[in-house]
Design a protein around this ligand. Structure first.
Ligand code: NAP
Length: 309
């Protein structure tokens, strides 16, 4: 037994503040054997954007008091189950906004300008006759639509606005911004060349990007997803890419991570990243400190800094 609160890290990642975490808490890690003696000692779980924490998972820890997410998204946590047990939940909003927005722009430019194909071509000694290298497509002067204009969506819109013909957005509540508002994703998709997803993974957003939305986006349209894989009907996306219903996709998130279907990995029309939107040294360090600060506040009986519930 120890005086330090006992926590279980459900993520192997905890960049830049692991020493501090170890100094302040007794830490068990994901993958370690949690014996019946240890389980009742665990007061806090730390999960990441991919972690699934069900009510059943919580029930393994009879004295669990807080889940501190090392992510802004909390779609993997059964919030109702947590509420029933009076378990608090915190996340890391705001501190990762800029890096995730950068990732959306990077996916967009990489996709439009064939950066990956042409990098591979040079490395394979294929730069012989420049005329044979296919032209890419302009990323400027396009109509851009952002689905979910929160912290990250707005940062993406601000980045793309100076180079785009127009910015439009869709949220449930119209915002006080100059950009054009759509109250549904199908109309937004129809109006734009680039559809960027930046809304949370919820029951309401699940599978919203379906065959109809992809058809509305159209054969010159591209989809960029840095939100959650659950927003997209992945089978419909693969079919849309294969049939030329849309031109391409830049994806940081997938429906069943870390599994990515062959229809995507084998497509030359996509740019893929393994859910790394916030994964920079700087941001992951700041996120780790925010997780620790939430845990410290909680165990000191103070309000959570960034509470979810
Ligand atoms: P946020 O500030 O809460 O913004 C969410 C936005 O989505 C709001 O504008 C909200 O507006 C809108 N929204 C919510 N439900 C909607 C619906 N059913 N239809 C239309 N719009 C809806 O969150 P954030 O910090 O920008 O983060 C957004 C998401 O990005 C996170 O939830 C997370 O899943 C994802 N993310 C991914 C990564 C990565 O590594 N790829 C990293 C961080 C975050 P209304 O409430 O008005 O609808």
């Amino acid at each position: 037994m120890t005086d330090k609160p006992v926590i279980l890290l459900r993520t192997p990642l905890f960049y830049g503040a692991r020493d501090k975490l170890d100094a302040l808490f007794t830490v068990y890690e994901y993958g370690m054997k949690i014996t019946p003696e240890i389980a009742p000692q665990i007061k806090a779980l730390v999960g990441d954007g991919q972690a699934r924490i069900t009510a059943e998972d919580m029930d393994q820890f009879p004295n669990l008091e807080i889940i501190a997410q090392y992510a802004v998204g909390f779609d993997g946590i059964d919030l109702e189950g947590a509420k029933k047990r009076n378990i608090r939940v915190s996340n890391t909003p705001g501190v990762l906004t800029e890096d995730v927005a950068d990732m959306a722009v990077a996916l967009f430019l990489t996709l439009k300008r064939n950066i990956i194909q042409n990098d591979k071509l040079i490395r394979a000694g294929g730069w012989v006759n420049k005329e044979e290298i296919p032209l890419s497509h302009s990323a400027s002067n396009l109509d851009v639509g952002v689905f979910g204009l929160g912290r990250i969506g707005e940062a993406i819109a601000e980045r793309l606005a100076p180079m785009s013909k127009s910015i439009s957005y869709c949220t449930r509540h119209k915002k006080d911004v100059a950009w054009a508002y759509y109250d549904n994703i199908a109309d937004l998709a129809k109006a734009v060349d680039v559809l960027v997803l930046a809304a949370p993974g919820t029951a309401e957003t699940k599978g919203l990007v379906n065959k109809d939305v992809l058809e509305a986006l159209g054969s010159k349209g591209v989809l960029i997803n840095i939100a959650r894989g659950s927003l997209v009907d992945e089978d419909a996306l693969i079919e849309a890419l294969e049939k030329g219903i849309i031109a391409g996709a830049g994806l940081d998130v997938f429906a069943h991570e870390p599994k990515v279907p062959a229809g995507l990995t084998q497509s030359s029309k996509v740019v893929l990243q393994p859910h790394l939107g916030s994964a920079t040294v700087e941001t992951r360090t700041t996120m780790a400190h925010l997780v620790i600060d939430n845990l410290l506040a909680f165990f000191a009986g103070k309000p959570l800094i960034t509470p979810v519930i």
